[in-house]
Design a protein around this ligand. Sequence first.
Ligand code: CS2
Length: 479
Amino acid sequence: MTHLSDETLAHVRPPVRVPPYDRATLQIGVVHFGPGAFHRAHQAWYFDRMLAERPDMAVCAVSLRTPDVRDALAPQDGLYTLVEKEAQPAVQVIGSILQVLVAPEDPGLVFRRLLEARYVTATVTEKGYCLTSSGELDLDHPDIRRDLARREQPTSLIGWITEALSQRQRHDLPPFTTISCDNLSDNGAKLRRAVIRFAEARGERDLARWIEAAARFPCSMVDSITPATDDGLRRQAAAALGLDDAWPVQRERFVQWVVEDELGDDADLFRAAGVTVAREVAPFERAKLRLLNGAHSTLAYVGLGLGCETVSAAMADERLAGFVERMMRQDVAASLDAPELDVPDYIGQILVRFRNPAIVHKLSQIAWDGSQKLRFRLLETATEALAAGRPVDRLAVGVAAWMRFVVRQTRAGAQIVDPFADGLAAVARNCADGPDDVDRFLALSEVIPPALATDERFRGAVARAYATLQADPATVLRP
Ligand code: CS2
């Protein structure tokens, strides 16, 4: 079968939607770091919606390490298929990505694009920010040390942004606006602090002050469930298009992007594309991270222990579904102060989304990078609950189940996908299924903030859940 490209686009069969603008007139206005499936299903879709209005919002996608997205999309002129997985699926071709670069192959070209861009967006996952457990730049992180020594060939997002801003300052160009699209609380503020700290560590106080005064780093909340691409999706896309697509992506129909109102004159352009431009993003971000992602991680670690493979399978186990619903409604909701959000209704919608039978979302995918995710999903909620004198028993279950997951994987000789995998495996190898196991994990200050780890109420709750999960996992789920 012929493959998708600018030349074959005209052959795409209806009702597949194709870009309603002339791609030949597009200009790059956005550099995006981390062109994984989430970006292609989410921000690239929003930029696609802006392009008919504003042809200068096309994307140059930059992969920090691997060439696989470039290798798949370059022969297709950056085009790819997005399938919305619902009872009535919808298929469309996205045209907003004009170029994919692999950063280490041609840093000079990446910097040229960064001199032209007005926006930088990023989905590099939690670990890509190189932060300590208190949320500040980790100057001992190997990527950060390397980037301090080799400024013009950075490896980290922080290194790229700082050097690009330094070049812009030298060329008398205004800074670009950087929008973090990762699942970290206060993502924009954390990224801004990290970049300023890195500029200072480079010994460039002037640059740091300029960034502080002139550069915008709006916070943003992103949401859409995006399972990894599989062969079934490739077949579905090819059948719909009548053309081959090397790397289609899929997501649920629900999609949300809330961006802090630091977009100046472009706020209306973003709004018209469906973005919520808000004075304050934190309430949306916290609600999403603690409810949706907190429930996801709990479902993943407990569900994998019960032999479930997907989110919808875990939700079909009424004990597990009932447990996460109680956790959301009774424990997490109490930690939220979100006047603009109908929290009970929002929880109801999340539970419906988790049950979507058209979405095959692997729990193992969600279980990745636990050392980086737990803080924003469960630990911050637990810290606040303790301060307010509320119980943390249900919140502790996901944390204990993560510990059991790490122990199980290590004993089975299976891979732990986590930037901290070696440290985790070292702890797990010393575990003997006793109460000391929990103390060993809680001592990992890179993962668990020491103030929480040493709180007896939290430690006790995790230890109880850990023991029960081992003896009889279902008991822990009882009301
Ligand atoms: C998931 C998220 O993989 C995970 O950890 O919890 O990717 C989740 O699907 C998205 O944040 C939904 O917006």
